[in-house]
Design a protein around this ligand. Structure first.
Ligand SMILES: Cc1cc2nc3c(=O)[nH]c(=O)nc-3n(C[C@H](O)[C@H](O)[C@H](O)COP(=O)(O)OP(=O)(O)OC[C@H]3O[C@@H](n4cnc5c(N)ncnc54)[C@H](O)[C@@H]3O)c2cc1C
Length: 387
């Protein structure tokens, strides 16, 4: 068993760290305050071709695996860019997965090169006010009218809708069948045409630079050739992307935990209270050491899941466990870091509180910890399905 990175992965890690280093903590602090999209940050990654990391080379990408994507986004997040930086890149890499795997040849040729080059930002619309964890309950409908479709409904938490010209949107195209509740859902990749969509930004706890929105859709027209894959199979296609996304998000969370740990250990070594560095107190050192150990061990699960996925093995249990463990370990690391800085941990100028706010999201999205445990209870432990 070899636990070291390959030379390609080492190069990827170095490149991600080097590009990210041009965007210091002060840049992210300002973005957090102004809530502006980090276009300047995305640009050098787009120019370097990094947004096409897992897009096949035929369509302008690098054609690399999930392990490479995990290494890459881990280093981006660990630079202090946190979830704001990782998400700004991540949303070029993951939402297009159903198109990569199931889109028509013409859809792939037309859009994937622009996604890989960072020229096409997409919004991602699955969640709705009445359907989050239970996707089968979505109410957004696509109805065929003559030669085109009309989409109407409401999406919630739609990332990137402030700027994206396109949306990958999940719709119901046939009534919900209780025997097959996830059948009859169709994915469209279509224009987010503001004449038919009202978009309202959600004011939220963290990751302020990358917008989340409510999208009210009324009679948005779409063509047959904007359907991803086959009619009614949209959820199946999304499922394909869930495991790799969970693996890479876990790697991002670990990166954020490490960034916080670095800030905290530096502070613990320098801050003198009662005439000695606070890091000399085990009450300060042990939570940081524990966080280090949890992040390290969680990373092994991330790479196990990535290796399973990249070699075509079933990876769902490992991918879900990795996302669960990473969300816990990274939040605990940020929390221990915040405590280490005492009062200054609460001050924006010291950056730990931003990482702490951002990392909290991994416990909720893209899937909640409870739903991961529901899945593992059933699939790893053979307990009755509870959802
Ligand atoms: C910042 C942010 C960005 C997001 N970006 C996107 C995006 O780009 N596109 C998109 O489509 N969605 C996005 N989401 C939505 C996200 O995927 C959902 O919030 C998440 O899946 C949980 O769904 P929900 O919020 O509807 O919670 P609900 O499904 O309402 O659940 C509420 C709580 O109840 C728990 N719960 C529900 N059922 C069970 C059960 N059977 N057993 C145990 N616990 C249960 C859940 O775990 C959760 O804690 C985003 C969310 C956030 C906060």
């Amino acid at each position: 068993m070899d636990f070291s990175l390959s030379s390609l992965q080492t190069d990827i890690a170095e490149a991600a760290t080097k590009i990210s280093a041009a965007f210091p903590m002060s840049y992210w602090r300002a973005k957090d305050r102004t809530e502006e999209y980090p276009w300047e940050f995305v640009k050098p990654f787009a120019e370097g071709g990094w947004l096409g990391l897992i897009i096949p080379q035929t369509y302008g990408g690098m054609g690399l695996g999930i392990a490479e994507a995990a290494v890459f986004l881990n280093r981006v997040a660990a630079s202090g860019a946190g979830m704001s930086g990782a998400s700004a890149l991540h949303f070029y890499i993951f939402p297009p997965m159903p198109i990569v795997r199931h889109g028509s040849e013409s859809m792939k040729k037309r859009f994937l090169p622009d996604v890989a080059a960072g020229k096409l930002l997409s919004a991602f619309g699955i969640t709705e006010p009445n359907a989050g964890s239970d996707t089968s309950r979505i109410e957004t409908r696509a109805v065929k009218q003559g030669d085109h479709w009309l989409i109407s409904g409401q999406k919630l938490w739609t990332t990137n809708a402030q700027n994206a010209p396109k949306i990958l949107v999940l719709t119901r195209t046939s009534p919900r069948d209780p025997a097959k509740p996830l059948a009859g859902l169709t994915l469209f990749f279509t224009d987010l045409d503001r004449r038919y969509c009202a978009i309202r930004r959600i004011d939220k706890l963290g990751r302020a630079a990358v917008d989340s929105n409510e999208v009210f859709i009324k009679n948005l027209p779409a063509r047959d050739d904007e359907i991803v894959g086959e009619l009614g199979k949209g959820f199946e296609y999304l499922l394909d992307g869930f495991n790799p996304e969970r693996i890479v998000l876990a790697a991002e969370a670990i990166g954020i935990g490490r960034a916080a740990l670095q800030l905290a250990t530096r502070y613990a070594a320098e801050r003198i209270v009662f005439e000695r560095p606070i890091g000399a107190n085990q009450a300060i050192a042990h939570p940081l050491a524990k966080a280090w150990a949890h992040l390290e061990s969680t990373e092994l699960m991330v790479f196990k899941a990535a290796s399973q996925y990249d070699s075509g093995q079933s990876c769902a249990k490992a991918a879900n466990a990795a996302k669960y463990l990473a969300a816990e370990a990274a939040f605990d690391a940020c929390d221990a870091a915040l405590q280490t800085l005492g009062g200054l941990g609460y001050a924006k100028e010291f950056d730990v509180e931003r990482l702490w706010r951002e990392v909290r999201l991994y416990k909720i999205a893209p899937i909640s910890q409870e739903m991961v445990l529901n899945f593992l209870s059933q699939k790893a432990l053979n307990l009755p399905k509870s959802y």
